[in-house]
Design a protein around this ligand. Structure first.
Ligand SMILES: [Mg+2]
Length: 410
């Protein structure tokens, strides 16, 4: 079988509301590039990539000369053809490779008539549990602002009732640590039997990271995720705080994983099918983590249904996945896959059973949201629409003011 064409389509899919994070915000929509890899046997495999609010169409189109004629079954060769470790110093193709790998696995699964998880060792679970992934949000049509502890708890209660979440992740790094601590404690108080995790995207100073970590030691924590920047920073927090530490920022490749094994800084590694260059490298990394008794979880860098399917197939095959996965998915108003958004039941999403990734594009939805992208364009993921001129520093000292209710026009 041979690849004959690669198509890339940028879509903008509306979020319920703008999501605030330490570097800025998702401005009320996700911009994602959908990839279709077509083969001479008529199979079309699907991939997806983010890109910080920007289109990656041109980058995928530029790969066609490299991949035309390539057999999608040859996945190891694919890695060296477009992202070998030294050539990639110049062109950073890891995330592009990931999307092409998803599509090739989708093609292989369709050709063999098996779901992708069966190509990765076979499923050990039929559904993947997810955390609620709570964001501070600006108000948007039909959705009030989320800024105060009461607003956050109300939002979490609604998500818990709608989707069954029993693990809650607070994305922080937006407001001063004391305010976010108050919010985190309010969640713990509201849901005493549930588990919690906090992730300020590494923007706390070491002193604040230590202070925050110590302050939550008595709560029902899964882990404290990237409280400060860097393996050395995490190691310094880990020495003095009795909460497991997790990272999705500084263990995102095998070199860094080796460092973390040799001198442990993070207890839990969040595997991201895009950041690591595909589903298969995540499975390999999970094996290393299993050997060295590091925890693993599934990271979300924002996803529509295609990327979500990669996370589900990954989660399905990892015996050592003892933490709920993260997903932004329930923050979306819609999806581009046939049948509409995959549903949560009891806080989990079923692993697709159809051949390949098990999801297909809804052509009408793709057309509609490609048009929305043309209308609205990209957005600066690392800027905050409510704070013109502001940009993030690490560690951050210039947090948003939690006492001020603010409206943004996008
Ligand atoms: Mg994180």
């Amino acid at each position: 079988m041979k690849i004959v064409d690669i198509r890339a389509t940028t879509v903008a899919v509306p979020l319920e509301a703008p999501l605030r994070h330490s570097n800025g915000a998702h401005w009320g929509r996700f911009v994602r590039t959908l990839v279709e890899v077509e083969t001479d046997e008529g199979f079309v495999g699907l991939g997806e990539m983010g890109g910080g609010g920007e289109s990656a169409e041109a980058a995928f189109r530029a790969l066609l000369p490299y991949l035309k004629g390539h057999d999608p079954f040859q996945l190891e060769a694919l890695r060296f053809k477009i992202a070998n470790p030294t050539a990639s110093l110049y062109n950073n193709r890891t995330q592009l490779l990931a999307a092409i790998e998803f599509a090739c696995l989708d093609v292989i699964g369709q050709r063999l008539g098996v779901p992708v998880c069966d190509l990765l060792g076979g499923r050990v679970r039929d559904e993947v549990p997810f955390a609620s992934y709570l964001f501070f949000r600006y108000a948007a049509e039909g959705h009030p602002e989320i800024r105060t502890p009461d607003q956050l708890v109300g939002h979490a209660r609604g998500l818990r009732e709608a989707h069954g979440f029993t693990v809650h992740k607070l994305k922080g790094g937006v407001f001063p640590p004391d305010h976010e601590l108050e919010c985190y404690r309010a969640l713990a108080e509201e849901f005493p039997g549930d588990r919690l995790r906090y992730d300020p995207n590494a923007v706390l100073s070491l002193a604040e990271g230590l202070r925050f970590g110590r302050a939550i030691e008595n709560l029902n924590n899964d882990y404290l995720e990237d409280p400060v920047w860097g393996l050395e920073g995490l190691r310094a927090v880990r020495e003095q705080v009795r909460v497991p530490l997790a990272t999705n920022t500084v263990v995102v490749n095998f070199e860094q994983l080796a460092s973390n094994v040799l001198r442990r800084a993070a207890d839990v590694v969040l595997l991201d099918t895009t950041f690591w260059g595909g589903i298969r490298p995540c499975v390999k990394a999970a094996g290393v983590c299993e050997t060295f008794q590091l925890g693993i979880a599934v990271h979300s860098s924002g996803e529509l249904g295609v990327q979500l399917a990669t996370m589900l197939h990954l989660g399905a095959v990892l015996p050592n996945l003892t933490y709920a996965a993260d997903a932004h998915y329930h923050q979306l108003r819609d999806d581009v896959i046939e049948g509409g958004p995959l549903p949560y039941e009891g806080g989990a999403i079923a692993v697709p059973t159809a051949p390949g990734l098990g999801v297909r594009l809804d052509k009408d939805k793709v057309a509609r949201y490609a048009e929305l992208y043309r209308e609205l364009g990209g957005y600066p993921y690392d800027r905050d629409p409510g704070r013109p001129g502001w940009y993030a520093r690490v560690p951050n000292e210039r947090f948003a003011d939690p006492t001020v209710s603010q409206e943004v026009t996008l």
